[in-house]
Design a protein around this ligand. Structure first.
Ligand code: NAG
Ligand code: NAG
Ligand code: NAG
Ligand code: NAG
Length: 461
């Protein structure tokens, strides 16, 4: 491949940038090289923004015509439960990972006790649920404030606030701070559950985490037109024409259009994120200089010879941005736009790869597959990439490239030949997830990057 002349700016050693860009260190987001895009691309994307905002205005006008509330609510239960919802006003959907209940009748929600009262003339039934999309994790669920649902001929408290739109109750307990879990268990389930309400929905966020709200401010404000209620700060009785308690989950970083509420896909999510975060690029061909975002991990699953790899990528004609693993990716908006301006995203297995959701179509996700992490890598990051129109390449390391070689001695050791069977689950995590670094064979990895380059170069809108 032809070697491109390199700008002096990009040749300087990374530590100079470390000194130059302290504000970026503050965000704990990256060290490395910053890139500029030329005016042409700015021009293209700003005219697009104008077009899409016009489209948004038209959509908005269409949306103003209100749909009956029953429709979006009943889509949140399965066909066989829709009759039940119609006749009793209440139905739930329980799966391995998620549990949510729906009512299309007037409800009283007392945020002091997190009690939801649904009056009817039937004998009282009660149910307690912890609204977090990780129902299989009983330990985690203990940190989620329970919601008590009372349905029947019970008395109702005095209503202090009347709302015109339904309520959705969910929790930001759990693994907040970890982008994989935030997306997997809150943002995507929230999107699945509430997108169809077209912002006409009131969120009640239990275990209210202000940093979560700040981080996802823009996507959240696209899903609801109302300020989110924090029950511990707003202790009152609120009335709603209907409610959803808990969020629907489909699969890990996945949306299945055949599952309730039916019709949504990862492509809808991708478009939603792009729109709500004002991301510039929808297709990789809009990025003039092929650019790699290299996710550098600092504690576990480190790639020891990063420098060599970066040189190899530059020699292939890529610009490389190196991002140090974020302890807390505190600035989603900045980070999403950085990822969105890249053609290739490279990293070893870890939550940070979740940011692939911000890549433009036709971009390439390259996962460095460490020993023993193949299943997790493919499930959590391979499938979602493909579902969003992003190419997925994996570079599977050989035992010789893993630091585990020093521990287990030779490639015929069971730790390499049968990672799944070699250790009990917890010990396996310690070995493969927390105890492994890699020194990558640059010659072999180059082949993967050559494929990535040709995918990017040959891509057409
Ligand atoms: C609820 O219904 C039961 C049985 O019909 C009745 O005994 C009870 O008094 C009712 N309670 C209220 C609060 O209306
Ligand atoms: C509680 O919520 C209601 C309705 O959203 C709002 O009008 C009121 O100002 C809130 N009160 C507090 C203390 O935040
Ligand atoms: C999507 O959901 C349908 C219906 O539940 C199921 O049959 C199908 O296997 C799911 N597809 C994927 C890829 O999980
Ligand atoms: C690196 O990979 C190349 C190409 O697969 C191979 O020929 C070479 O032996 C490898 N180098 C080492 C040190 O394993």
């Amino acid at each position: 491949m032809e070697k491109k002349p390199r700008n002096l700016f990009f040749r300087a050693t990374p530590w100079i940038f470390l000194l130059l860009l302290p504000f970026l260190i503050y965000a704990d987001l990256f060290w490395g090289k910053f890139i500029h895009f030329d005016q042409r691309i700015h021009y293209i994307s700003s005219s697009e923004t104008v077009l899409s905002s016009r489209k948004a205005m038209i959509n908005k006008a269409v949306e103003e015509k209100q749909e009956p509330l029953d429709f979006p609510l009943s889509r949140l239960v399965k066909d066989e439960d829709q009759e039940k919802l119609k006749s009793t006003g209440f139905a739930c959907n329980s799966e391995v990972y998620s549990l949510h209940c729906v009512t299309n009748r007037p409800v009283w929600i007392d945020t002091r006790t997190m009690t939801v009262t649904i009056p009817s003339n039937q004998p009282v039934q009660d149910k307690v649920i912890r609204p977090y999309a990780r129902q299989e994790d009983k330990i985690l669920l203990k940190s989620v404030t329970p919601v008590k649902i009372l349905q029947g001929n019970t008395t109702t408290p005095f209503c202090q606030y009347n709302h015109e739109v339904p309520a959705v109750i969910f929790s930001s307990s759990g693994f907040v701070g970890n982008v994989f879990h935030e997306m997997n268990e809150i943002i995507i389930p929230l999107f699945i559950t509430t997108r169809q309400f077209k912002s006409r929905v009131q969120f009640i966020l239990e275990d209210y985490n202000p940093s979560f709200i700040r981080k996802y401010r823009k996507p959240l404000s696209k899903l609801t037109s109302y300020d989110i209620i924090n029950p511990s700060a707003n202790q009152s009785v609120h009335c709603f024409p209907g409610a959803v308690i808990g969020l629907k989950f489909h699969n890990h970083l996945a949306i299945n259009s055949s599952e309730i509420p039916k019709g949504l896909s990862m492509r809808h999510l991708r478009d939603f994120l792009r729109e709500s975060l004002n991301l510039k690029y929808s297709h990789v061909s809009q990025i003039k200089t092929p650019t790699v975002m290299f996710l550098s991990r600092r504690t576990t699953r480190r790639i020891i010879n990063e420098d060599e790899i970066v040189s190899m990528m530059e020699e292939l004609g890529f610009r490389v941005i190196i991002v140090a693993r974020a302890k807390v990716i505190s600035n989603l908006e900045l980070f999403a736009s950085m990822i969105n301006s890249c053609s290739v995203f490279v990293g070893a297995h870890g939550a940070g790869l979740t940011n692939e959701v911000f890549l433009p179509d036709g971009a390439v996700m390259v996962q460095v597959d460490l020993i023993g992490l193949e299943w997790a890598g493919a499930t959590y990051y391979g499938n979602p990439a493909r579902a969003m129109g992003v190419h997925y390449l994996r570079y599977k390391i050989e035992p010789e490239e893993s630091s585990l070689m020093k521990i287990f001695g030779n490639r015929n050791h069971i730790a390499f030949t049968d990672p799944k069977g070699a250790f009990p689950v917890q010990a396996g995590k310690e070995v493969y997830l927390n105890g492994q670094n890699a020194k990558i064979n640059v010659t072999r990895f180059r082949e993967t990057m050559v494929v990535a380059m040709s995918l990017v170069r040959d891509s057409e809108l």
